[in-house]
Design a protein around this ligand. Structure first.
Ligand code: 5AD
Ligand code: SF4
Length: 464
């Protein structure tokens, strides 16, 4: 879940002395989507993207605030950028530094105070104003724009498929919902991303159709709490994520749908029906539970019991028997005893995850969890995390091994390392290497899995 990526962006334009931007993305897939849209906004303003930081005139850090270490990483990156800025100033060359994303939202002015080399601080709700902010900064002003914008940023961003020079990917993210009203007591998202807001149906259908017209075959719907998405259809009827999936499934040329991240409380009947009815809705669901002890779930304000989660998983598996589960876990939440932790281990054994992310609890100032008594010792957290991760790894490896000999569809996404080799995704989001001389990126081909490596699978083209 937390990865760092240099966002793939519009490729070089033959524009002689155009300014260059390097965007570094921290954290979740929402940030990956946002980085792409920021690149669009900047491209419309004449910037070209580079994946070489040393070539850039503007470095933008799109930050994550979910755990403490994430914010510290940003400050140390800023320290290094300050040195680059000094060196560039000595050469008389422009070098601007921008901080976007959730650390920008949460820390605001504090970032400029702590690191005066930063030119622009811009929150996740206002990044459509990035070009104006940069112009102001170039005039010598230090800009901090972390207001919740009244206008809809999506209406003010350039159409993602119209940005010149943008490489056509066969998979794309589509943010359908932002923010969260759940207020889990460990989580900063309701404070950094604000209240839950759903994008309207018509806007989403238009963006999805354009993406498909530009070559996209797989769409992943994104939201901090994606299954809380709600809207109205053309007849004014209230609809939810399940209905949205049925509507998207009608788009000609679209082959696959996914969505992430979900809350167990918002897995309604219609969404489960979508898993039953829509073959193109991939059989892979990221449904975080965080902990297996009812006492801890209550203290986390998750608003469901462990058994309710298990029953929900059973219902989903009944609707789509080949579905694979993924989850998030936190160990060492305040007050977590050995017995509570064992309840998490039990739940993991019962569910059997194909994939999972697990973290030590990180106290976030301003969240209710930070004020709870009985914070757990760091060594205890470390030991619990190691035990949990070894169980999860065992399950993940068993899942990968169970693929050997199976025939499945593969959506080819990019060239592999060897000539003639391509890399695709299985329905279960696994990366698969295949020798497929006569196939092209964007094709969906039938393959047979021949071997399982630690991070990817190997396959041959299936006969007939
Ligand atoms: N400490 C540790 N992990 C956290 N997460 C969210 N907040 C915290 C925190 N304070 C984890 C949760 C969430 C994932 C995105 O990050 O598991 O689902
Ligand atoms: Fe955070 Fe909970 Fe909302 Fe997920 S559901 S974003 S963990 S508050």
């Amino acid at each position: 879940m937390t990865q760092e990526t240099a966002t793939p962006m519009p490729s070089e334009l033959p524009a002689g002395n155009a300014r260059k931007v390097f965007i570094k993305t921290y954290g979740c897939q929402m940030n990956v989507y946002d980085s792409g849209r920021m690149a669009d906004a900047l491209a419309a303003d004449g910037y070209v993207s580079t994946d070489v930081m040393d070539d850039a005139d503007l470095v933008l850090l799109n930050t994550c605030h979910i755990r403490e270490k994430a914010a510290e990483k940003v400050y140390s990156a800023l320290g290094r950028l300050r040195e680059t800025k000094k060196a560039r100033a000595a050469e008389g060359r422009e070098f601007m530094i921008g901080v976007a994303g959730c650390v920008a939202q949460a820390e605001g002015e504090e970032i400029s105070r702590r690191e005066p080399a930063v030119d622009v601080v811009i929150g996740p709700q206002t990044y459509h104003r990035l070009p104006q902010a940069l112009r102001k900064a170039r005039g010598g002003e230090r800009v901090v724009d972390t207001e919740y914008a009244l206008e809809d940023k999506f209406e003010h961003l350039p159409d993602p498929t119209r940005v010149i020079g943008k490489p056509r990917n066969v998979t794309a993210f589509l943010t359908v919902q932002e923010g969260c009203d759940k207020f889990c007591t460990f989580c900063v998202v309701p404070y950094t991303r604000g209240a839950e807001v759903s994008r309207p149906l018509a806007q989403l259908l238009t963006e999805a159709r354009r993406l498909v017209d530009s070559g996209v075959r797989e769409l992943t719907l994104l939201g901090q709490n994606v299954n809380a998405w709600h809207g109205e259809d053309e007849a004014g009827r209230a609809i939810g994520l399940g209905d949205l999936l049925y509507r998207l499934a009608e788009i000609p040329g679209l082959a696959r749908l996914r969505y992430t991240t979900s809350h167990p409380r918002d897995m309604d009947d219609r969404l489960i029906e979508a898993h039953r009815d829509l073959r193109m809705l991939m059989p892979y669901l990221h449904l975080p539970v965080q902990a297996g002890s009812d006492r801890i779930l209550k203290s986390m304000n998750r608003r469901h019991k462990a058994e309710e989660y298990i029953v929900l998983i059973e219902r989903i598996r009944e609707a789509r028997p080949d579905i694979a589960l993924s989850g998030d876990f936190i160990v060492g939440f305040p007050g977590e005893t050995d017995e509570d932790f064992e309840a998490t281990m039990d739940l993991v054994r019962r569910v059997n995850y194909a994939q999972a992310y697990s973290f030590k609890y990180s106290s976030r100032p301003g969240t209710p969890g930070a004020d709870l008594p009985d914070h757990v010792d760091e060594e205890v957290k470390t030991e619990r995390l190691a035990r949990l991760q070894s169980l999860l790894l065992e399950q993940q490896q068993a899942f990968s091994r169970s693929m050997i000999g199976q025939t499945m569809d593969l959506l080819l996404e990019k060239p592999g390392r060897m000539p003639g080799q391509l890399i695709g995704r299985s329905p279960w989001l696994q990366s698969v290497n295949v020798d497929a001389m006569s196939s092209q990126i964007g094709d969906i081909i039938q393959v047979r899995i021949t071997a399982a490596g630690p991070n990817s699978l190997f396959a041959e083209v299936a006969e007939g």
